[in-house]
Design a protein around this ligand. Structure first.
Ligand code: PRP
Length: 173
C-alpha cells in the first residue's frame, strides 16, 4: 500500500503561486492573455493562479493522453480535447503542473506555434529536469524537484490523491 508523505506544504505552494502570479501580472499588463491548462493535472494550480492574477485573462484547456508505462509518457501523444478558442495573434500562457520528460508538452507547443499566436510562454509549478528527454524552456518555473513520484495539488497516481492540499511523495508502506 502506498503512503503519501508531505514534500511541499500548502503554505510553500501558496507562496510560490503568489510569486509566479506577481511576475506574470507584470509581464501581461493590458494583454488579455489566454491561459491554457493541460488537463487534468493543472486544474488546481490554474484555479489558484488565476485568482491571484486577478486581471483580465481568458482560460481554455486541452487534454492529452500519452501511451507509456503508466508513470512515464512515451512521446506518442494524442490530443483528446483541443482548444475552443482561436489563438492566432493571442498572447498564450501554457500552464502545467509538472514537466517531466517534456515529451507531451513539446509536441503540443509545436502544434500551437503553427497557429501563429503573438507569443507563447510556459508556467510550470514543478520541474523534474533529471528526467528530460527533449528540451523545454519554462518561462515561469515553480519548484525544481528530484526524480521521485509526487502526488497531490492536482497530481495523481492512478487517478488517486489529486485532492491532497500538499504535494507529497509516495512511499511504500
Ligand atoms: C502528467 C502531467 C503533465 C505530463 C508531464 O500528465 O500533468 O501533463 O504528465 O509529463 P512529460 O513531461 O513526461 O510529458 P498525465 O499524463 O499524468 O495526465 P493527467 O494530468 O491527466 O494526470
Amino acid at each position: 500500500m502506498e503512503n503519501p508523505r508531505v514534500f511541499i506544504t500548502r503554505e510553500q505552494i501558496r507562496q510560490k503561486v503568489a510569486e509566479l502570479a506577481e511576475r506574470i501580472r507584470q509581464d501581461y499588463v493590458n494583454k488579455n492573455p489566454l491561459l491554457i491548462g493541460i488537463l487534468k493535472g493543472s486544474f488546481v494550480f490554474l484555479s489558484d493562479l488565476i485568482r491571484l492574477l486577478d486581471m483580465p485573462l481568458e482560460v481554455d484547456f486541452i487534454r492529452m493522453s500519452s501511451y507509456g508505462s503508466g508513470t512515464e509518457s512515451s512521446g506518442d501523444v494524442e490530443v483528446i480535447q483541443y482548444l475552443r478558442t482561436a489563438i492566432e495573434g493571442r498572447e498564450i500562457l501554457v500552464v502545467e503542473d509538472i514537466v517531466d520528460t517534456g515529451l507531451s508538452l513539446s509536441s503540443f507547443l509545436d502544434r500551437l506555434r503553427q497557429e501563429k499566436p503573438a507569443s507563447i510562454r510556459l508556467c510550470a509549478l514543478l520541474d523534474k529536469p533529471s528526467r528530460r528527454k527533449t528540451p523545454v524552456h519554462i518561462d515561469y518555473p515553480g519548484f525544481t524537484i528530484p526524480d521521485r513520484f509526487v502526488v497531490g495539488y492536482g497530481l495523481d497516481f492512478d487517478e488517486k490523491y489529486r485532492y491532497l492540499p500538499d504535494i507529497c511523495y509516495l512511499e511504500e508502506e
